[in-house]
Design a protein around this ligand. Structure first.
Ligand SMILES: [Zn+2]
Ligand SMILES: [Zn+2]
Length: 443
């Protein structure tokens, strides 16, 4: 589920409500566009009831919010799940272990220096908070099973009809694994304001008592004031090359310049040029979807060329001699999709790459927003590899040692045709349902 954030326009100060995943802020009042950046993670708080009513400064308790897809590969297959959780980051008994759906029921606000509160530091390691969240998340795994149905019965003999179907099973995400990856995750902090009373702590949002304790100050001493590094920063959205205004939607991570045909990614503190190409469309093309093409070899698996990949993963295709010279690349969707579809689309593009011939192109306004950054795409290479293989036993046991070497990343836009409910990519046969693509915007 998405949380909404109350955000002041950096230009005119007008209050705007944006989505948690929005990085591009377009002010409806002054129409100024800016990119929002954080030094590390974004920090939000649940607004307290009657902010000025409390006689002492409020204490803000950190909860770590994690939203993204988790993939776990083990002998049984590839399990996956969308995780969406907010877990406590301090060891203070009596406080709620999770914020549950509270951040979704009201817009949260960004921490700001003007708030007269003090902030508890994280005392549980972020990795431990994440492991706890994983334990609480059962994974979904699609397994083929054979179904036997009796068709006729003549005397002693039963005639059965056999069919296979895919069933979804759930298992613990904490079980043994060969490979695990978090893809497309948003990590942030949501602070719960609490008020200190003589012998108890009070939830400053609801007014209810959280805990009574003999020594209420215990564990709460280490609170610090606002740190200036927490302050969000803004970047102008002008093309660094030609100075024209860049185009993009709220949740996009990549902006395009139609004036000089360049593509820009929001880097740590400035816009950085993106190496990009496109497969040319024709008059039937209704939209271009971006894929991260991540080239490189995996020596632990003997994969250097596309031909090596086809052999190693036992594809039902005859290896062409030209594939021996063809560099291997993994094609990862540059947009968020629910995990099952993400695996399918990445697999189809990776196996179908020999049909795709990208080259230089022109920026058009029918390019779908890129919502998955290149860094996340690189983390999903082993998951896409696992999803692509038709011979698990040849490949899965080697995954822990597999490393992608000499990598090069490029953004490639592929043309898609409108087929009613689906988008269809003619060269590779990839289909993405429109509903699934829309749903991906909320992940
Ligand atoms: Zn404004
Ligand atoms: Zn430009």
């Amino acid at each position: 589920m998405d949380i909404k954030v109350e955000q002041a326009c950096p230009q005119c100060g007008a209050p705007i409500v944006i989505h948690e995943t929005d990085r591009l802020l377009t002010c409806p009042y002054c129409e100024v566009k800016s990119f929002i950046r954080a030094n590390g993670v974004f920090r939000y708080y649940l607004p307290p009831k009657q902010e000025n009513k409390w006689d002492t400064p409020l204490l803000y308790v950190p909860y770590m919010r994690f939203k993204g897809s988790i993939f776990v590969v083990n002998e049984a297959g590839i399990g996956h799940k969308v995780m969406d959780t907010t877990q406590i980051g301090v060891n203070v008994p009596g406080l709620p272990p999770s914020l549950g759906i509270r951040p979704q029921t009201m817009p949260v606000r960004r921490l700001a220096p003007r708030i007269s509160g003090r902030y508890l530091p994280l005392t549980i390691k972020a990795s431990a908070v994440l492991e706890k969240a994983i334990r609480l998340t059962p994974l979904r795994l699609e397994q083929k099973e054979t179904v036997r149905k009796p068709v006729t019965y003549d005397g002693d003999n039963v005639v059965y009809d056999y069919s296979t179907r895919v069933k979804t099973v759930e298992y613990s995400a904490h079980s043994r694994f060969l490979h695990r990856a978090f893809i497309g995750e948003t990590v942030s902090f949501v602070y719960l304001p609490v008020a200190r009373r003589e012998d108890r702590l009070v939830d400053a949002v609801t007014g209810s008592t959280l805990l009574r304790q003999e020594h209420p100050a215990e564990g709460l001493q280490s609170a610090t004031p606002f740190k200036s590094s927490w302050q969000e920063k803004f970047t102008a959205t002008l093309c660094p090359r030609c100075g024209e205004s860049l185009a993009g939607e709220g949740d996009c991570l990549i902006m395009t310049c139609t004036n000089c045909d360049t593509v820009w990614a929001l880097g740590r503190d400035k816009l950085e040029p993106v190496n990009w190409q496109m497969v040319p469309g024709d008059r039937k093309t209704a939209m271009y979807l971006g894929f991260w093409r991540i080239a490189g070899g995996i020596s632990a698996l003997g994969i250097r060329s596309f031909a090596d990949f086809v052999r190693r993963t036992n594809q039902a295709m005859v290896v062409r001699s030209c594939w021996e010279q063809m560099e291997m690349s993994f094609w990862v969707p540059a947009f968020k999709l629910r995990p099952r579809v993400f695996l399918r689309v990445g697999r189809n593009a990776t196996i179908g790459q020999w049909r795709l011939a990208p080259g230089p192109g022109h920026v058009t306004d029918s390019m779908y927003p890129v919502t998955l950054p290149a860094s996340e795409a690189r983390q999903s290479v082993k998951v896409i590899l696992a999803a692509s293989t038709a011979a698990r036993k040849n490949l899965f046991p080697f995954l822990p040692r597999a490393r992608l070497e000499k990598t090069a990343t490029q953004l490639v836009y592929l043309p898609f045709v409108d087929k009613g409910h689906d988008w269809y990519q003619p060269q590779s046969g990839i289909t993405v349902s429109k509903a699934v693509l829309r749903f991906g915007r909320s992940l």
